[in-house]
Design a protein around this ligand. Structure first.
Ligand code: HAS
Length: 513
């Protein structure tokens, strides 16, 4: 029933991993550059060309293709429905691929060294902007296909509650569709006409504002599929159950509402935006962190149920009983752990006055690697470790190799981001060729060693990930079709009430489904 949809998912994942492999190559170059070692001339490219390739391929292409593939997979499986308009979904895929090709051409020919945020007045070849616009249009078509699939399911099942995975996937796409209005306006009315020479100038502040209207919800578009997996699959992998399904749904809805009006927290240092607006966005940013705190509580409670079911006792003894030797589980649990630090850094970034100290320093890439580089990417690696065997009918090629990959990523990222945060508070700028900078400070030396060593370990981990994924997908032994890890729920019961309240919020007691 799903063979055609699975093919579409496989192609999305294939492109995602190719993007990660190529984009990831440029990661250690950045890290070594912080230590004063520049390998860019060896590759015949400039620092900013390498950084643009890295940012666009890993932050934009890897994430978008993986998420589109994964969300198609969970929607069709949880609704038990094939896609309604599969042909349209393929058109979306090809549009996205052509878009990546066009943007890639502009970057590779050094005509788009504008980084992944493409702020004007930096100007790129029109192919770069048109290419990225096609990627967005492709995702709109795909989201429409998912909504139509859901509508058909709803028609057939008017009385049923929407399965959590489909609910989470649809909320993620609604968030994305709202967010991308900003970047579409920036592309269509500013950047594309400007790059084609149709308009003479551009309002840089307006462009940045439209970008960040899109850019902050973008990070939740990356994060929500990871949350989906932490809620819907990870508890099962831990041997437990989801602690509260309603609380998980509430977290998704709150993220949808609060993630949009926070973009100015990326522009605290921009002149032209009033202090009142910046203050307001500080408050709203603290609101958007709240559903992540709900998630921390709900997911860790679910893991605790698993740890105790495996015989764990005491306040923390259950943690040791979790399946740390299973690559898929370990990847996601370690991603959660790293995200705790990324989240704390987020609070610091969000505080208007503290932001002025860390803005545009190495601290910010330190933060983004703990979030999109860890919470998201390491979780996606964990998902790939069960999803690729399921899609290809092969077993995971080498469990030990996958496990080594996961722990290397964790330790590499811990060192790397620690070095970046530390150098950042010492005032080291981000997005700067440190190998040629004449103002390097002596106190940056030790943090830069952490960054460089961490970056090299991350690179080794990336190679293991690509090798594991490729060998699993194409060469591993055939195995009986694996099952999707699907967590059951604890049914919450309010002690003082019954009926509909029971289905709304969690309570102190739970019983098994
Ligand atoms: Fe951010 C900059 C604020 C979350 C990504 N962010 C960035 C940039 C990126 C990015 C890419 O306010 C750089 C953009 C650029 O290039 O200029 N961010 C926040 C806040 C949050 C946050 C408040 N960011 C994310 C996520 C991202 C992401 C998620 C990607 C996926 N960020 C900012 C601000 C800036 C910024 C400013 C601008 C900085 C500047 O000046 O340029 C919050 O959503 C964070 C909430 C998260 C938590 C953590 C919850 C904890 C959990 C786990 C707990 C685990 C435990 C242990 C306790 C509150 C869920 C587990 C134990 C086990 C046994 C497993």
């Amino acid at each position: 029933m799903f063979a055609g949809d699975d093919r579409l998912v496989r192609w999305h994942l294939f492109i995602a991993f190719v993007a990660l492999a190529i984009g990831g190559l440029f990661g250690p170059l950045q890290a070594l550059n912080r230590m004063g070692i520049s390998l860019y001339p060896v590759l015949g490219i400039t620092y900013y060309q390498g950084l643009t390739l890295h940012g666009v391929l890993v932050a934009l292409v890897w994430t978008t293709f993986f998420i589109c593939g994964f969300l198609v997979f969970v929607t069709v499986r949880s609704l038990d429905q094939p896609l309604t308009q599969r042909a349209a979904a393929w058109i979306a895929f090809w549009l996205m691929l052509v878009g990546v090709g066009a943007a890639g051409y502009a970057i590779l020919t050094n005509q788009a060294t504008v980084l992944y945020t493409f702020y004007p007045p930096l100007r790129a070849h029109p192919a770069f902007y048109i290419g990225l616009t096609l990627v967005v249009v492709g995702t709109w078509i795909l989201s429409a296909v998912l909504f139509m699939t859901y509508r058909r399911w709803r028609g057939q099942n008017p009385a049923k509650a929407t399965p959590f995975m489909a609910f989470a996937a649809l909320v993620t796409f609604i968030l994305w569709d709202i967010a991308t209005i900003g970047v579409a306006a920036e592309m269509l009315f500013q950047l594309i006409p400007w790059s084609l020479g149709w308009i003479g100038g551009i309002d840089a502040l307006l462009a940045r504002t439209l970008f960040w209207y899109f850019g902050h919800p973008l990070v939740y578009f990356w994060l929500l599929p990871a949350y989906l997996s932490w809620y819907a699959m990870l508890p099962k992998q831990a041997g437990g159950r989801l602690f509260s399904d309603p609380m998980a749904r509430l977290a998704f809805l709150l993220l949808l509402v609060f993630s949009v009006p926070v973009g100015f927290h990326h522009q605290f240092a921009d002149p032209g935006i009033g202090h009142g607006w910046k203050g307001l966005h500080t408050i709203l940013t603290f609101s958007v962190a709240f559903p992540s705190l709900l998630t921390a509580f709900n997911v860790i409670a679910s893991l605790e149920i698993g740890g105790r079911a495996r015989g764990g006792t005491g306040l923390f003894g259950w943690i040791l009983r979790l399946p740390w030797g299973e690559p898929s589980f370990a990847a996601q649990a370690l991603a959660i752990l790293l995200f705790a630090f990324g989240g704390v850094g987020g609070f610091i970034n969000a505080s208007y006055n503290l932001n002025l100290i860390v803005h545009n320093t190495a601290w910010v890439p330190g933060h983004l690697h703990l979030t999109v580089g860890s919470a998201v990417t390491l979780t996606f690696a964990g998902i790939a470790y069960w999803l690729i065997p399921l899609l290809t009918g092969r077993q995971l090629w080498h469990r030990g190799l996958a496990l080594a990959q996961v722990y290397l990523w964790f330790f590499g990222m811990a060192l790397f981001s620690f070095g970046m945060h530390w150098a950042g508070v010492l005032g080291q700028p981000r997005r700067t060729d440190m190998a040629t900078a004449v103002y390097r400070l002596a106190e940056w030396e030790v943090p830069d060693i952490f960054t460089g060593v961490g970056g090299v370990i991350l690179f080794l981990s990336l190679i293991l990930l690509i090798v594991e994924v490729a060998l699993t997908a194409f060469f591993a032994r055939r195995a009986p079709v694996a099952e999707m890890p699907l967590a059951r729920r604890c049914l919450a019961r309010l002690r003082f009430g019954s009926g509909s309240w029971e289905r709304l919020f969690l309570s102190v007691s739970y019983f098994q489904e």
